[in-house]
Design a protein around this ligand. Structure first.
Ligand code: ADP
Length: 566
């Protein structure tokens, strides 16, 4: 029968092996206590050799024992390495803090996560690298052990005041109040002025870098450009809706209050480009001023802040948000100074779009929309600031913006039909101009020409999913902008002719006709390509029904075909 295999394993005391009684022991028990298995083998081997008997199996046993000891050593080493790695992984990260100021010989005030601590300084740490705003490493005992110089990132804020003791007062544009911060010695006080932008350390306690003068979007309509409703043609419906939405609640505030009727904080103008959205916005501001002056005798000049959505978009994280806060802050400032403040955001879908909006980074959009809502919620309806959004893709604007209490009035600005176009021609072909033939007949003739559904007026060809083809005519893509451009161009023809003839040559139908042809060919309101999506944006066509929409071109054979659709 096989004897049971001896268990291998770490050296441990275990039950002590007693020398068998009777036989003469090879070794004394006391001698072997401290020996390893290998040493024991060697000792047994030597003793047996001395006694003249040395079975070869002893050699075999020694080799096995040696192998096991090597394996055991390797395993022990692996366990030690792993234990060390696990300990490293489980060790808490050392924290970083902002150095605020040195106190005494080996103490300092530091700030961690917005809380101040009195910490010990490692005496080895060179004092030169420690100045307010420096990023320092602290160990588990909150002692400062290393310094990393000034932090490279942190919020940018605008300085509103330089205090006499060197500290800075900084403005919180969100309107949550100002705060005071220290100034790092790296910022030269002499070069610092209110209005400049500085970067704070990550704990927002010390201004550590001068970033420059803040880019403030400041594009305002000066109040000497009054725009009356009468300078906008063919938008009677939109004008009526705006007046009901803005003028009535302002002029009859008591009645609205009495009936607890909700008063909007602004409205959305939506419609194709060049049809007067901006014009309507500006006219709203000016006419409200006039109405208020007539009703109350108090003149409150309008402040019209006009920005395009894409101007606000900025590659720097947080910068776009800052711009939006700043726009609201500018308007609030003006309103508190007694002005009628209007914030007009053109191409609003670019910054206030749903996350599916094609333009703009979705990350920016996802933070801009809630921020804009917060700013809107902070406004009191018509008390200080009126917000007007303009877009030709209102479907892309985030519904959160259009909720009641924010911008809940949507006003459609339509393309002019023939009658509206006539009204717009009448605005630009004024009776004080040198006109050939009667003004009225000139206006009639050009409006007729603009909207006639003739071969030469075919402008776009549409191919529907159903297989149906259709033409859109120039009149279908008429806009106030193009009418204004046609009249301007016609005027330039008349001027050039007058110069060439050496005498005044009045503006006639031929000038208008030529200008009309050229504008539809060259006006930059129209996309320069044949890309269907670009053209679709200019029409009211249901996107999903259209396969192709492209400029219509006559073939040289005279047979009209849409070259784009083959
Ligand atoms: P939108 O903001 O809808 O793109 P704008 O209001 O900027 O269009 O219009 C551009 C220009 O076109 C205006 O400055 C004006 O000269 C002219 N225009 C547009 N619509 C009208 C209109 N309904 N009546 C008179 N002029 C118009």
């Amino acid at each position: 029968m096989d004897s049971p295999k001896p268990k291998s394993g770490p050296k441990r005391p275990g039950p002590k092996a007693e020398p068998p009684s009777g036989d003469e022991p090879l070794l004394e028990a006391g001698d072997v206590e401290h020996l390893s298995a290998l040493q024991l083998c060697d000792l047994i081997s030597a003793t047996l050799r001395l006694r003249g008997g040395h079975p070869w199996e002893i050699r075999l046993l020694r080799d096995r024992v040696e192998e096991m000891e090597v394996l055991q050593d390797q395993a022990r080493q692996a366990v030690e390495d792993l234990t060390e790695a696990v300990e490293k992984l489980r060790a808490p990260a050392l924290r970083l803090a902002t150095f605020i100021q040195k106190l005494g010989k080996d103490r300092a005030m530091i700030c961690v996560g917005g809380t101040d601590y009195l910490a010990s300084l490692d005496p080895q740490l060179p004092e030169a690298g420690l100045e307010p705003g420096t990023r320092v490493l602290i160990n588990e005992a909150f002692a400062v052990t290393a310094s990393f110089g000034l932090d490279k990132s942190g919020p940018v804020v605008r300085v509103s005041e330089l205090l006499s003791d060197g500290r800075l007062r900084i403005g919180q544009e969100s309107g949550t109040g100002d705060s005071v911060v220290l100034r790092s010695p790296s910022i030269d006080a002499a070069g610092l002025k209110p209005g400049m932008e500085v970067r704070l350390d990550a704990n927002q306690r010390v201004a550590v870098e001068l970033v420059g003068r803040g880019r403030r979007i400041d594009r305002t309509l000066s109040s000497d450009q009054p725009l009356l409703w009468s300078s906008i043609g063919g938008q009677d419906e939109a004008v009526k809706a705006i007046r009901e939405c803005i003028e009535l609640p302002t002029l009859h505030a008591d009645l609205f209050k009495r009936f607890r009727h909700s008063v909007p904080k602004g409205f959305l103008l939506h419609g194709p480009p060049g049809c007067g959205k901006t014009l309507l916005g500006k006219a709203t501001a000016h006419n409200l001023r006039i109405q208020l002056r007539n009703a109350t005798g108090v003149d409150r000049p309008e402040f019209f802040l006009h920005v395009k959505g894409p101007e606000i978009l900025n590659m720097w994280l947080g910068e776009s948000e800052r711009q939006v806060r700043d726009l609201f802050a500018q308007c609030r400032e003006k309103a508190s100074g007694g002005q009628l403040a209007f914030l007009f955001i053109d191409e609003a879908e670019s910054i206030l779009g749903t996350r599916h909006a094609p333009r703009g980074g979705s990350n920016i959009l996802s933070t801009l929309v809630p921020m804009f809502c917060t700013e809107m919620d902070g406004l009191e309806a018509l008390q200080n600031v009126v917000v007007i959004l303009a877009s030709n893709r209102a479907d892309l604007i985030d519904p959160a913006i259009l909720r009641p209490g924010r911008i809940d009035r949507k006003i459609r600005v339509r393309r002019p039909d023939k009658a509206a176009a006539r009204a717009i021609y009448a605005i630009y072909l004024t009776d004080d101009l040198p006109l050939d033939g009667g003004r009225e007949s000139l206006i009639d003739a050009i409006s007729e020409l603009h909207f006639s559904r003739t071969e030469s007026n075919r402008f776009l060809e549409v191919l529907y999913r159903s297989g149906r083809r259709e033409f859109l005519y120039r009149g279908d893509l008429a806009s106030g902008a193009i009418i204004a451009a046609i009249v301007e161009r016609a005027k330039s023809y008349a001027i050039l002719r007058s110069i060439a003839d050496g005498k005044e040559s009045p503006l006639g139908l031929e000038d208008l006709r030529r200008a009309f042809e050229t504008e539809y060919r060259e006006n930059d309101l129209f996309p320069p390509s044949d890309i269907t999506e670009d053209w679709l944006k200019l029409t009211d066509l249901e996107t999903s029904n259209v396969i192709r929409l492209a400029p219509y071109r006559e073939k040289s054979t005279g047979e009209a075909v849409a070259s784009a659709i083959i």
